[in-house]
Design a protein around this ligand. Structure first.
Ligand code: CTP
Ligand code: CA
Length: 228
């Protein structure tokens, strides 16, 4: 009951959630991407809508139905995801669950790339850095309460804490993607949430739906604490 009361504090708040992978075009038929399923971000959007928040879900290409009462904006690339998030601002809370590609090809070839005939030549792709969507929104004057995710295969807590501090976040959700029973493509998750005082709270293995509802309750309590 206490959890319900706290999550009720998000009612009417605008929550912006990023989810899924991004797709960075190489040429008209090829791209660079990753294995993110989008399930965690969609579960968070559903849980936030259930407690009465106004939810905008900006997502890369995923095969998931849109949760009830959620405004969905589909994008492909990281640059498009940033533009869609900026268009959705202002928001009260930002939850960045997307697995944004860190790099994109410097230029998109206008035609399908062809191999060099009669040779065994390899291919060197020049990549450039993508914008950091979370850090960009966290640095705005109308900065929302910012929650990041850190997907790591090693040094989970240390790397996640570094990201929390570097991106000036309110909370970071640390996710061990080396463990195949949780994370990227699995049905379950298990996470540790870290705050700026470097206190950590563990949510042990459960379905992404249950973890999402627990995370939304936790985020609501912290958000409320800053905004009374
Ligand atoms: N993120 C983002 N835009 C990017 C890269 C990351 O918004 N271009 C967000 C992710 O959605 C996540 C957080 O930043 O909430 C951390 O993402 P992660 O990939 O774990 O960390 P990076 O900062 O990209 O660092 P690295 O990949 O080098 O570990
Ligand atoms: Ca990254």
């Amino acid at each position: 009951a206490a959890g319900c009361f706290q999550t009720g504090l998000l009612s009417g708040r605008h929550i912006l959630i990023t989810a899924g992978p991004t797709q960075e075009a190489i040429d008209p038929v090829r791209y660079i991407s990753n294995h993110s399923s989008g399930k965690m971000g969609f579960a968070l959007a559903e849980a936030a809508a259930e407690v009465g928040a106004r939810v905008t879900l900006v997502c890369g290409p995923v095969h998931l139905p849109t949760p009830d009462r959620v405004t969905r904006v589909d994008v492909l690339s990281a640059c498009d995801m940033l533009a869609a998030c900026e268009a959705a601002m202002p928001c009260d809370l930002l939850i960045a669950a997307a697995a944004v590609a860190d790099y994109r090809p410097e230029a998109i070839a206008p035609h399908k790339l062809k191999k060099n005939p009669g040779t065994e030549d390899g291919l060197v792709l020049q990549l450039v850095r993508n914008p950091d969507i979370l850090a960009t929104l966290s640095a705005r004057p109308d900065r929302p309460f910012c929650v990041g995710f850190a997907a790591e295969t090693q040094n989970l807590i240390a790397y996640a804490t570094r990201k929390l501090l570097d991106k000036n976040l309110d909370l970071i959700v640390a996710n061990d993607v080396a463990d195949p029973s949780i994370g990227f493509n699995s049905e379950d998750n298990s996470v540790t949430v870290i705050d700026p005082q470097q206190h950590s709270t563990r949510f042990s293995q459960a379905s992404k739906g249950l973890i999402a509802r627990q995370l939304i309750a936790f985020i609501a309590a912290r958000y409320h604490h800053l905004h009374i």
